[in-house]
Design a protein around this ligand. Structure first.
Ligand code: ACO
Length: 330
């Protein structure tokens, strides 16, 4: 039996917020944002569009790409830090919106920007572990514009809204292969305070006061997160290459999490991978957290820049702190 990528999809809201637009909202400049992050534009979902609507659009896009229907799915995993509700899961909401007759298992994964790779790893193992499972849908969906502190220039310029989707298929072909040749996932819970959405849970319930002090908005120590991001992404990437015994010069694409162009460049340099093998779309979307890796995969696939058999290394990093890398055979 083998595990294969059957389809991909994405959804990006129509409204574009440019660096020039941000100059009118906070004390910033296009020059600062471009040179410090590589971001030019990000997309912002309308107020009345919850994360599940973006996930729904990405899911439909991926189902069409895979040529299967929602009722073929055996599970749905949504990776998100900005779900519709504290509970139930956005995956359950999505199943309802897909109008599925098959009541398959649905759950969310909270691993911030590492969420889609965590989901792919979990999804491949679900397919392996359940005899009758054939298809799984993994989504990374974020409405970070809702969590952002629009008065904090150090964070609000970084994030964008989007959803991406990957469908995995288990094929009974007598082999024992997986499109995920190797994965490496980790977390460091001693660094929780570096990047979090402090209020709104049981630790710090929302009050009128902490709404005023922006505690119910995303809070990040950017320079400290930066310091952790590069070594963690590089180490996870090197681990999967070593585990699969694949040298970096055989990679068609390296897809680093799109958080900051300077992080992307540092990761590529330390992996000794040249620019033409590193996929970058941060200029168009900003950091879309869990949606980021899938957005890159879908763009590469639909633009014909990925051929069957190509080797792709995705490596990512996010709140938690969490990190993950996956070596994928397309
Ligand atoms: N416009 C203009 N000036 C700014 C802005 C802005 N938007 N933001 C910060 N500055 C100023 C600061 O106030 C500071 O000024 P000072 O020197 O007078 O004090 C100066 O620019 C430098 O600020 P730094 O925070 O040191 O800037 P840095 O170069 O580190 O860039 C950034 C900040 C972009 C946030 C960077 O640290 C970064 O990308 N960090 C990693 C983010 C990341 O990877 N997150 C993980 C995933 S996110 C998730 O999981 C949801």
């Amino acid at each position: 039996m083998s595990i294969q990528i059957k389809g991909t999809g994405c959804f990006v809201p129509e409204k574009v917020l440019s660096n020039q637009d941000l100059e009118k909202i906070v004390d910033t400049t296009d020059e600062w944002i471009t040179t410090r992050t590589g971001i030019k534009n990000r997309h912002i979902a309308p107020e009345d569009m919850p994360t599940s609507d973006m996930a729904l659009a990405a899911a439909k896009n991926a189902l069409e790409n895979a040529g299967i229907s929602a009722d073929d799915l055996d599970f749905i995993i949504v990776a998100t830090s900005s779900g519709d509700h504290p509970f139930p899961s956005t995956a359950c909401v999505l199943q309802g919106k897909l109008g599925m007759k098959k009541k398959c298992q649905c759950f969310d994964i909270s691993a911030a920007c590492s969420g889609l790779l965590y989901s792919l790893d979990t999804g491949a193992n679900l397919l392996r572990g359940h005899k009758n499972y054939r298809y799984g849908l993994m989504i990374g969906a974020e409405k970070l514009s809702y969590l952002a502190d629009w008065k904090d220039r150090a964070t609000c310029v970084l994030f964008g809204d989007a959803a991406s989707a990957v469908i995995l298929e288990k094929v009974d072909d007598g082999s024992d292969e997986s499109c995920l040749l190797a994965t490496d996932l980790g977390a460091d819970g001693s660094c929780v305070s570096l990047l979090l959405h402090p209020a709104g849970g049981t630790a710090i319930p929302v009050t009128a006061e902490n709404v005023d002090t922006h505690e119910n908005a995303l809070n990040m120590n950017g320079p400290e997160v930066f310091k952790h991001a590069v070594p963690a992404m590089v180490s996870a990437a090197k681990t999967v290459l070593a585990d699969a015994n694949i040298p970096a010069d055989r990679l068609r694409w390296v897809i680093p999490h799109q958080a900051n162009k300077r992080i992307i460049d540092a990761v590529a340099a330390r992996l000794d991978v040249t620019e033409d093998h590193v996929y970058v779309n941060i200029q168009n979307y900003g950091n879309t957290s869990a949606a980021s890796i899938g957005l890159c995969l879908d763009e590469l696939s639909r633009s014909g820049q990925l051929q069957k058999g190509d080797l792709v290394l995705a490596t990512t990093f996010g709140a938690g702190l969490t990190w993950a890398a996956a070596l994928i055979r397309w």
